[in-house]
Design a binder for this molecule. Structure first.
Ligand SMILES: Nc1ncnc2c1ncn2[C@@H]1O[C@H](COP(=O)(O)OP(=O)(O)OP(=O)(O)O)[C@@H](O)[C@H]1O
Length: 650
């Protein structure tokens, strides 16, 4: 301080403004230099001692870490944040996070996440640290510096995480990622994640997480579910077996059959059972091309279910999925020359085949394809190696009807440990047994409907009666489910009224069939009418063209004849010789031969096309005119030549 004073004292009292300014510049410069030096020293320290890991939103570790961070108090206490009702991270896990905002009343009332407000689930508001802010979190004896950044700021999407830590090696980061993964998987245990193909960017987009569907809720012919599940499990643990034999580590399942028979439901259920995510591609979606599909297939993770829905619709682009639509491959299905359809899709069959098992195709995935019309598939698509297992789904059998009935109406446990007193609940004017408290519904806190619990024997008897009433292979399982849903609280009435419902169903189907037939007949008639009109227009045009051609021919003939006349008159007046020029002689003989061969068609003899009677009349009238003209010319020319000869004789 003293030194500074002594340095400044000569300037202090008697200095002018310039000296003061210089003083300020020197001090400011020193401070700024010191600041820069400290920043660069800190950066140097960070660079040399910090380990930094980057996590991009496109990859799973990002989800794991976002999920883990959502549970860290420091993350929730950010001083700069985004407020969102979207769930944390791509995973969409909807549990309470440290940053969740609740109304006080809600917290007191209950923590029922299923509560409905105006028919919708209550949305929770979450606090998320805003982009480009750095947080420091203490983890296992280390301070982690975490920054969330935007990966593609220009495109407005894609986020990334940067985690830096002072450590000798990256063990701490490995531990962090593994712990985040474990926690994520534990929370995701009851859900199946769905990813949809984004054809614009050629990437996969997370589309939501669905509750797992128990396999027992899918009712198929005995053995089908078990066979499929065993096959999938066997495949997933046979990677080495495939590698040893040089067989591509892929397996394809083709589920074909009538609509509403459980194809999609079975795939969801299998995904839940095997703990796999589902990647869905709609081949007929807008902008789908060979390149996009190949890119997408190359980015499918190794253990997942790849679902190609409605495989037959990929090349027909038909709106109708019924059996009467032709399903004939359009130009776009050409294997060599894919044509662009009006929806911008340029996918070809060869492109699809290549993406399924080409060099870039992912290994270890289970391919599931569904179709309602197996007969429309190209054999190359469904051959073994691409589709190894085929399963046919039919309309409901009696066996399935019985099974689905039992699924809807679970029976009362035969010997409850502590029998509950049966309470009667008044609902819609009917007495129903309220002992449904025994129902295995762990998540439902306030049941919105009461299901009477019947004994196992009673349910079995009702299910049998229900199955007997259902015609074999006539109604879809989806329609049975619809009927049971309508009667979910009335098992006995449901069985009593099933005959009536079947009659109604048949009538509705008949009506729909009739309406469809009428619509198709009308469309056919309109198409025929259109075709007839087009044909008529075409014929009229052809007639007009022919008429014009004939008119031109007549005109040309007249011009030629006039020319001949000129030549012969010149020769008769100019020289006394009766010898006619060669062309005129030829014309004369032609004219005479024409007059002789009138019946054979004369001037129009070279017209090959057949003509209508009207046209023939026109034509013969025209021909008569031409023939008359030609005959007159011939007489005239003969007279001229005789005259010429007489003149020479005399
Ligand atoms: N076999 C079945 N077991 C249980 N539920 C079924 C069965 N078949 C159909 N369902 C029910 O019917 C509805 C439609 O089923 P799903 O979508 O799986 O049929 P799909 O065969 O895939 O039909 P589409 O060919 O039209 O896509 C679902 O809600 C499902 O619960």
């Amino acid at each position: 301080m003293e030194a500074l004073k002594s340095m400044l004292s000569p300037l202090g009292m008697n200095t002018n403004a310039i000296q003061d300014t210089l003083k300020l510049v020197v001090i400011g410069g020193t401070v700024e230099t010191a600041r820069r030096a400290s920043v660069s020293a800190w950066n140097g320290f960070v660079d040399s001692f910090f380990l930094t890991a980057h996590f991009s939103q496109e990859d799973y570790p990002y989800d794991w870490l976002m999920h883990w961070l959502s549970k860290q108090p420091a993350w929730g206490r950010s001083r700069e944040f985004e407020i969102t009702t979207r769930t944390v991270g791509r995973s969409g896990i909807t549990q309470t996070t440290t940053g969740d905002l609740e109304e006080e009343d809600d917290v007191e009332e209950d923590d029922d996440s299923d509560a409905l407000v105006h028919g919708r689930r209550k949305r929770k508001v979450a606090f998320m640290p805003s982009l480009d802010t750095t947080h420091t979190i203490y983890y296992r004896g280390h301070w982690l510096r975490i920054t969330r950044t935007k990966r593609y700021p220009d495109y407005g999407h894609g986020a990334a995480l940067k985690i830096s830590v002072v450590a000798r090696n990256n063990d701490i980061l490995k531990k962090l990622v593994l712990e985040a993964k474990r926690e994520y998987e534990k929370d995701a245990e009851h859900r199946v994640h769905i990813f949809m193909a984004d054809t614009t960017y050629g990437c996969w987009r997370w589309n939501g997480a669905r509750q797992k569907r128990p396999m027992s809720s899918i009712v198929l012919q005995p053995g089908v579910k078990d066979m499929l599940l065993a096959d999938c499990k066997d495949f997933l643990c046979s990677e080495d077996w495939y590698a040893e034999r040089g067989i591509p580590f892929r397996r394809g399942y083709l589920l074909h059959g009538v609509p509403g028979s459980g194809k999609t439901s079975l795939i969801h259920s299998l995904a839940g059972e095997l703990g796999l995510d589902i990647y869905v591609v709609s081949l007929s979606s807008k902008g789908m091309s060979d390149n996009t599909l190949t890119t997408l297939m190359g980015h499918v993770p190794s253990r997942c279910i790849l679902l190609l829905e409605d495989l037959d619709a990929a090349f027909t682009r038909s709106v109708s999925r019924d059996s009467s639509s032709t399903g004939a491959p359009t130009a776009a299905s050409s294997t060599t020359n894919p044509a662009e359809t009006n929806d911008g899709s340029t996918l070809s069959l060869s492109g699809l085949l290549n993406s399924l098992d080409g060099v870039a195709a992912a290994e270890g995935r289970l391919l599931f394809a569904t179709t309602n019309h197996i007969e429309r598939l190209d054999p190359a698509l469904s051959r073994p190696g691409r589709m190894d297992v085929w399963v046919n789904f039919t309309h409901a059998t009696k066996w399935q009807a019985e099974g689905i009935f039992k699924c809807f109406f679970p029976s009362k446990p035969s010997a409850p440990a502590t029998p509950l007193p049966s309470v009667s609940v008044q609902k819609e004017g009917k007495d129903v047994d309220a002992s449904q408290k025994n129902l295995p519904l762990p998540k439902r806190k306030t049941p919105t409907h009461a299901i009477p619990l019947l004994t196992e024997e009673e349910i079995s008897a009702l299910a049998k009666r229900f199955a007997e009433a259902i015609p074999e292979n006539e109604l879809s399982v989806a329609s049975l489910q619809g009927y049971l849903l309508k009667n979910k609280t009335r098992p006995r009435e449901c069985v009593e009224e099933v005959d009536e419902w079947i009659i109604q169903e048949r009538e509705t189907r008949e009506k729909l069939k009739k309406e469809k037939a009428e619509r198709e007949a009308k469309e056919k008639k309109e198409a025929e009418e259109r075709e007839r009109k087009e044909q008529e227009e075409k014929e009229a045009k052809e007639r007009a063209d022919r008429k014009e051609a004939r008119a031109k021919a007549k005109k040309a003939l007249r011009t030629e004849t006039a020319l001949k006349l000129d030549v012969s008159s010149n020769s008769s007046s100019g020289a006394n010789t009766p010898v006619l020029p060669e062309g005129v002689q030829a014309s004369l003989s032609e004219s005479s031969s024409n007059s002789e061969s009138d019946s054979s068609g004369g001037i129009e003899a070279d017209t090959e096309e057949s003509v209508t009677s009207e046209e023939e009349n026109d034509k013969s009238a025209d021909e008569n005119v031409v023939r008359e003209g030609a005959a007159k010319e011939a007489v005239k020319e003969k007279w001229v030549s005789v005259k010429g000869q007489t003149a020479q004789d005399s």
